[in-house]
Unconditional design. Structure first.
Lengths: 114, 113
């Protein structure tokens, strides 16, 4: 069974702190790892990673993938209250029939307090 | 901005009714997905489609059914709604080549009384 596990499940930090969110996976036929941010509505895309060791960066957010150890981290530096959201990790994979699907983890709920 | 639309956004309906949640995208994407998400909980894949006339069941068993007669349209149907079907249903699509970014619709929040 394909599995995507995120930790911690929830986190409360103060503005200006740096946070690291973790995502580990056990899947067959891995294709990609994706990070999303979900506030009240639908998830919004942050990063897609397919190669080990290459950091993706966008402003204060960055992410890296380790395909050997089967995990990824999402870093947020100098957190702001607007970063409060659920951060979702997802893995794109091919199923037994060769069809491609995306499986999500449980999410990490981040709350940034002033 | 993603061009993927879901209707209705909100639906309150009685037990036993048949409902169809509509999902349409104008990006020409071959792959489309339905996810179910309860408040504060994770997204569960319930159906996906590789292209026209291709549909597969997802990781979470669901009594709903889907069809893909046209590339842009991926409706989800519940023949007889029950209170256990109360949830948010999110539709998404992605491009054919590889497994890339999912573009999500705004969601359909279903309440079955």
């Amino acid at each position: 069974e394909d599995k995507v596990v995120q930790s911690p499940l929830s986190l409360v930090v103060h503005e200006g702190d740096t946070v690291t969110l973790n995502c580990s996976y056990e899947v067959t036929n891995f294709r990609s790892l994706l990070w999303y941010k979900q506030e009240k509505k639908a998830p919004t895309f942050l990063f897609m990673l397919t190669s080990s060791g290459i950091e993706k960066k966008s402003g204060r957010l960055s992410s890296i993938l380790d395909k050997k150890e089967l995990f990824s981290i999402l870093n947020i530096t100098a957190t702001q209250t607007g970063d409060s959201a659920v951060y979702l990790c997802a893995v794109g994979l091919s199923d037994s029939g060769g069809y491609q699907k995306v499986t999500f983890g449980t999410g990490t709920k981040l709350q940034v307090i002033p | 901005e993603a061009d993927i639309y879901q209707t209705p956004r909100y639906l309150v309906i009685g037990t036993g009714k048949k409902i169809t949640l509509e999902c349409s995208q104008t990006m020409g994407h071959d792959k489309m997905y339905w996810y179910q998400q309860d408040p504060g909980m994770e997204l569960h894949l319930i159906h996906y489609s590789y292209g026209v006339n291709s549909t597969e069941k997802g990781d979470l068993s669901s009594e709903s059914t889907v069809s893909r007669i046209r590339t842009e349209h991926f409706p989800l149907t519940l023949e007889s709604a029950r209170p256990s079907h109360t949830s948010q249903y999110l539709c998404a699509s992605s491009e054919y080549a590889g497994v890339g970014e999912l573009f999500f619709g705004e969601g359909s929040r279903l309440t079955v009384l």
